[in-house]
Design a protein around this ligand. Sequence first.
Ligand SMILES: Cc1ncc(COP(=O)(O)O)c(C=O)c1O
Length: 418
Amino acid sequence: MTPSLHDHLDEIRRQFPALARQAGDYPAAFFDGPAGTQVPQRVIDAVSAYYIQHNANHGGLFPTSRESDDMLAAAHQAAADFVGSDDPGTVAFGANMTTLTLSLSRALARTWGPGDEVIVSRLDHDANFTPWVLAAADAGATVRHIDINPDDCTLDLDDFKSQLSDRTRLVAVGCASNAVGSVNPVKDICRLAHEVGALTFLDAVHFAPHSLIDVEDFGCDFLACSAYKFFGPHIGLLWGRRSLLEELPAFKLRPASNALPDKWMTGTQNHECIAGTLAAIDYLADLGRTVAGDDSLERRPALERAYQAIVDYEQQLIWHLIDGLRPLDTFRLWGIDDPLRRAERLPTISITHSRRTPTEIAEELGRRGLFVWHGNYYALPLTERLGLEPDGMIRVGIVHYNTLEEVDRLLAALRDLS
Ligand SMILES: Cc1ncc(COP(=O)(O)O)c(C=O)c1O
């Protein structure tokens, strides 16, 4: 086990009050991270401190409002550090990734017309699929679909290349699959899209708790994620290139400022959750400082160190799980199972059983305090493509607060059910 994060695991877990929960006779094991992670105490404290000390609308000339303005500015800066941008004005907060994507898709569709094409993928969550299908339909544009390689549940890049053309206006793909954990080669995808003059939108919701987002390195034009998947509250974030956010015709009210990021943050914001998001990002940065043993690290390099440790630790756990599943013939793992391809998968797996339904398995695991998900988790384009509807699969998601002992408990339960 990697010394860095594992050495601090008790200290990390103690920060998450929910992890102390019992489920009947068992300690709760939260393998439901892909549907939403638990939060550290400092996030809970930040939300309640906002209500107790600073609760006000922004832009007023009195202390609580000025404090709210300061908190918002600090949160935008933290969010920019989180996605790898040096421009805090380019990150908008909003209800969640789905709602932010729906509103960006409305704005982009105003620039499309018949003959234009939009490319989406069958590996994606529906939130990075249907908003573009609906927007294209309104604009009279055509939607193309990138297929998957069903054997390992990865994107079919040859298919992608064959669909790109000078008619392509947007390529929308995920950084990683929330169902099977495959990581997409987003740098290559963005480069190829730009070569034909298309814009790129990345869904980083599933990627964000596991790996460092770097919008400049990815070379994307837009990227969205959700704080509740990376140890924060229920709120979404949208980053875009400044020039595009400035030029695009956003759907907004007349008095609302055209300045960034306000242009893209419609209505009164969820200040308490924005304060909680700031605390979640600082939790991750402090994790990086702890594993690096260096309190003086700035936020971005601290986040880099945190994610190096997270990747290393989570990889140990997920391959322990995958290796433990191999002898269980009745279970099928969907996605990459070749240990030589570690870098291509996140610690999220989906499995099916040859006789038992996902509901039956998830119910039994739930009884044993093992919280897993079942069904399609909105990765409907994928479960349809794999012919797994209506039952779907069983999803086990590992994050950095999970333990090897929890994985062993899960394997023992799966053995009993095999
Ligand atoms: C990969 C992925 N994209 C998008 C979403 C939607 O995010 P939100 O709930 O913030 O709208 C989810 C939620 O599960 C997801 O896993």
